[in-house]
Design a protein around this ligand. Structure first.
Ligand code: FMN
Length: 219
């Protein structure tokens, strides 16, 4: 059993974890630390023990710049799709730290890993994808414990990223993670600080016996 201190440390790490964009210090993650956080990711639970993830580590500056250019285009397309009031709230929000983090980890998901008869995926096909996402969360928490920042970037065309890292269907990239040393971790999520969207109270998310909730929970 874990002692109180270890238990509190875990909750602290969960609370401290932030999605980082502006706070990357510009140094590269040390190789041994990189392998520790990848090992944490690889320890995630997975349906049928399939471990359907792979990790492509991108550190070449030119390649990071190329991906950042693609993401800038996607950010602009999103900005152009917004009504005026949302657009002005969105404008100052930084949505990635691809170059400053110095390391991108592309997480891929292979639905064919484990063959046809996957224990636990018979009725819920997405449980494979869920498993790969759990690997990401493990990586995120381990990186936080290491004093690093992680920023999940999803402003990309999946086809572009698949081609960029050379992964072919049915496997697919599911995330670009910016990972690197940080100057600090913000206490409040960026999207709250910039007035984009607040978190909701736990009490609203927990239900007993059956789901009940006002319609306004959808907004
Ligand atoms: C699946 C997923 C995709 C995300 N994509 C982006 C993104 O493209 N750019 C960005 O700035 N943040 C992205 N985020 C971060 C969220 O905005 C962030 O997790 C949320 O605002 C809560 O903040 P926190 O993670 O600091 O608690 C993503 C998070 C998740 C889970």
């Amino acid at each position: 059993m874990l002692g109180t201190e270890a238990r509190e440390a875990l909750y602290d790490i969960i609370r401290m974890r932030r999605d980082v964009r502006a706070e990357f210090a510009g140094e590269q993650i040390a190789e041994d630390v990189l392998w520790r956080v990848l090992a944490a990711a690889h320890h995630a639970p997975s349906v049928g023990n399939t471990q359907p993830w792979d990790f492509v580590v991108v550190q070449d500056e030119q390649r990071l710049k190329e991906f950042a250019g693609h993401v800038a285009g996607c950010r602009q397309a999103f900005a152009d799709s917004l009504p005026e009031d949302r657009k002005s709230t969105f404008d100052p929000i930084k949505i990635e730290g691809i170059i400053e983090s110095r390391t991108g980890i592309v997480v891929t998901y292979d639905p064919e890993r484990g063959g046809k008869h996957i224990l636990g995926r018979h009725t819920v096909d997405e449980s494979g994808l869920f498993s790969a996402v759990l690997a990401i969360q493990n990586l995120w928490l381990a990186a936080t414990a290491e004093g690093l920042g992680v920023g999940w970037v999803s402003f990309y065309e999946e086809e572009f990223l698949a081609d960029f890292v050379g992964v072919s269907a049915p496997a697919r990239p599911i995330a670009w993670l910016c990972v690197g040393p940080v100057t600090r971790l913000q206490e409040v999520p960026d999207l709250e600080r910039f007035g984009w969207r607040k978190g909701r109270p736990l009490e609203e998310a927990v239900h007993r016996d059956r789901f009940v909730g006002p319609d306004n929970q959808k907004s």
